[in-house]
Design a protein around this ligand. Structure first.
Ligand code: GCU
Length: 677
């Protein structure tokens, strides 16, 4: 339940001594609610990790104090000392620095406002949790994106779409008067990793959330989250003016509709002055939108943007659209529909794009919209909940996937135009930037279902703060803060976390296969499903296996989806010789005898990949079994049981897919691949 804030007693006595010597007193400056939270957090951290709380002083006396407060609350001497550091940070950034004041050593944690100080305090506690030195600290760190936000797909009846960790945290029935401790703990966890926004409701939206009865409840949550620096956002159902406003239309050009949204926004901002804005899924998968009225995404987004602009709100307009009317290649649709709108959106609109062009697969090439709309802010949408990656049953460390996407080079402005640079705005100097993650949080005791799924929430937050972080660093921090600092535990377990992403790709969708999960729930294999009414819902549409081979030809001999990328990338993917093998069957249809780089035929190579995935899970089990002595038995047992299921299901995936594809390849399984029993 305590997530990555276990604050375990520091075991190493030399480290304890160093901490005690350098942290003799604490001076907290300011008295906002946020500062009180920071102080409480420090006290909890010190007590749990070091066994006692250093003297809390009202002013700076003696040496080796920890001085905590925002810039305006620091004395002139400290301000002067930190002048150049303040120049380096943005509004949410912090400074942690060892300084000498009148020849006395002190450590200062500061920022331009109290929330930034709180971020600094959490960072400092992370230093202690990971047993790093506090001598000679000099850290300046600022978030690289503005909107670092969780998207909850939570319904008002507390079910969670694609949620695998219990029911929704938001108890609408008891709100606004009953404030569950979980709301506070949730805010604290998010603040500790720099998340500064939350969309409370499902993208498949219910207009009722915008009625006064619900807004009162939203306001109560916003009040809890505010001191933690977290803004509340809501999903806006495009047809809300009809459903709850008694209008005849939701046409974005209709004056009454325009007015309705203006008044609705004013009503929300009256209750919640720092309301973040709306997230909108329009004209996608049956959701209403401007196209119902012969208008387009720009008309819809800009109308809403005007409604929230006077209050500083933003509109996050999703680009996840596809329709059955153009089923030739679903992967092309979002780009085809959105790219022509570049430069047409109001400045408080940001287009939210999933990391890949299909739908949160174990592996997808980066979405071609990244870098392709230089005049439009684009934000990333990752899925933290594992809809297509074994729910909360399989251990899959997602930062590895996120990092792969962020590091991908779009070449849209020449070499080095990485997705991360699109997302943090540095490629095209966008002012509005953001990263969203579809939350994996529910009311399960451990928040996320699988103990290791907590790492995906954590890792998402860390990467939203800094999209250039390495997933190995994230795994290291998380393990130390969640379990133990013992190297004998950290080293092997970190390794299996890092490998877990490739393992799931191998046993589910190796070599560029995708969307072959059983339909609807998306759990387990279903490559044979072909009878659904919409072609692009059928797994057979994606793998196109037949006697002549397997794979989706998206090259210029096929759907030419490759042409949506910058020329360098287009060429790379288009050419069989240069297309990375990990994406082979995403972009090409090849024969069963096609020679892979390692000399194997495609059929053998595919079978060996499935086997490798199973073997990797077996290794994960072996490593975990050695971890027993380092951690509590509860979490140890849970993970052990879950890995057992994962191993069983990796074999299920291998056997099901290979037996199915074998009908087409007509070939024996190669040596080294276990025969299905
Ligand atoms: C996926 C998912 C849906 C979700 C949709 C979206 O298709 O299965 O549950 O609504 O993505 O992102 O809008």
């Amino acid at each position: 339940y305590k997530l990555w804030m276990q604050y375990n007693t520091v075991a190493d006595s030399t480290v304890v001594l160093e901490y005690k010597n350098n942290l003799k007193g604490v001076v907290v400056l300011g008295n906002s609610e946020t500062i009180r939270i920071a102080e409480k957090e420090l006290k909890t951290g010190f007590l749990d990790m070091l066994g006692n709380i250093p003297e809390i002083k009202s002013d700076i006396k003696g040496e080796n104090n920890l001085i905590v407060g925002s810039q305006s609350n620091l004395n002139a001497e400290i301000k002067k000392e930190l002048r150049s550091d303040f120049d380096k940070i943005n509004n949410e950034g912090f400074i942690i620095k060892s300084i000498s004041l009148k020849n006395k050593r002190q450590i200062v944690i500061t920022g331009k406002n109290d929330v930034a100080v709180l971020y600094g305090v959490f960072h400092f506690l992370r230093i202690l949790q990971t047993n790093k030195s506090v001598k000679n600290l000099h850290i300046t760190d600022s978030p690289k994106t503005n909107i670092r936000i969780l998207n909850h797909w939570d319904n008002l009846d507390r079910t969670v779409e694609r949620g695998y960790a219990g029911f929704s945290l938001w108890n609408w029935q008891k709100l606004p008067d009953f404030i569950d401790q979980r709301y506070i703990d949730y805010a604290r966890a998010n603040a500790s990793i720099g998340i500064n926004g939350t969309v409370l409701t499902n993208v498949n939206a219910n207009a009722l959330i915008l009625t006064p009865q619900y807004l009162e409840k939203v306001e109560a949550l916003a009040n809890v989250f505010r001191p933690y620096g977290i803004k509340v956002y809501l999903t806006a159902r495009f047809s809300a003016p009809i459903e709850i406003g008694n209008l005849k239309t939701a046409d974005p050009k209709d004056p009454e509709v325009i007015n309705w949204w203006k008044n609705k926004s004013a009503e929300i901002y009256k209750r919640i002055p720092d309301f973040g804005g709306f997230l909108v899924k329009a004209n996608s998968e049956g959701q209403p939108g401007p196209q119902n009225y012969g208008r387009d995404h720009v008309d819809g987004a800009n109308m809403l943007a005007d409604a929230v602009a006077p209050f500083g709100g933003v509109i996050m307009w999703r680009a996840f659209v596809y329709s059955e009317h153009d089923a030739n290649d679903r992967a092309k649709q979002a780009y085809a529909e959105f790219q022509p709108y570049d430069g047409k959106f109001k400045e408080n609109v940001i287009v939210q794009v999933k990391n890949g062009a299909i739908d949160f697969q174990p592996r997808e090439p980066f979405h071609p919209l990244f870098g392709a709309m230089p005049k439009t802010p684009i934000m990333m949408e990752f899925q933290i909940t594992q809809e297509y990656l074994g729910f909360s049953t399989h251990l899959v460390f997602l930062p590895k996937l996120f990092q792969e996407v962020l590091e991908a080079d779009t070449y849209q402005k020449g070499k080095g135009s990485t997705v991360a640079k699109v997302v943090d705005g540095t490629l095209y100097q966008n002012k509005l930037t953001g990263i969203a993650g579809v939350a994996n949080i529910g009311n399960d005791l451990n928040w996320t279902g699988h103990p290791f799924a907590q790492a995906n929430w954590y890792g998402f937050g860390r990467l939203a703060w800094n999209p250039y972080l390495d997933s190995e660093t994230i795994a290291d921090e998380w393990l130390r803060s969640t379990f133990s600092n013992d190297e004998n535990f950290i080293k092997p377990v970190k390794k299996i976390m890092i490998e877990s992403r490739e393992a799931v790709v191998n046993y589910m969708t190796p070599l560029g296969l995708h969307h072959i999960m059983d339909t609807g729930h998306h759990y387990g294999p279903g490559p044979w499903v072909s009878n659904l009414s919409r072609p692009e819902w059928n797994p057979t549409y994606y793998h196109k296996a037949g006697k002549n081979g397997i794979g989706f030809d998206r090259s210029k001999t096929g759907t030419n989806a490759t042409a949506q990328y910058a020329t360098e990338v287009e060429k790379l993917f288009d050419n069989l010789e240069t297309c990375p093998e990990k994406d082979l069957l995403w972009f090409h249809h090849v024969s069963w005898d096609y020679k892979l780089k390692n000399g194997q035929t495609l059929w053998n190579g595919l079978a060996l990949k499935y086997q490798e995935g199973v073997n990797q899970v077996a290794t994960m089990q072996n490593v975990w079994n050695q971890a027993e002595k380092y951690i509590d038995s509860e979490r140890f047992n849970e993970v052990q049981m879950l890995l057992e299921i994962q191993h069983k299901e990796a074999k299920w995936w291998r056997d099901a897919c290979l037996l199915y594809f074998q009908q087409f390849s007509g070939k024996e399984l190669s040596a080294g691949v276990e025969k299905p029993t």
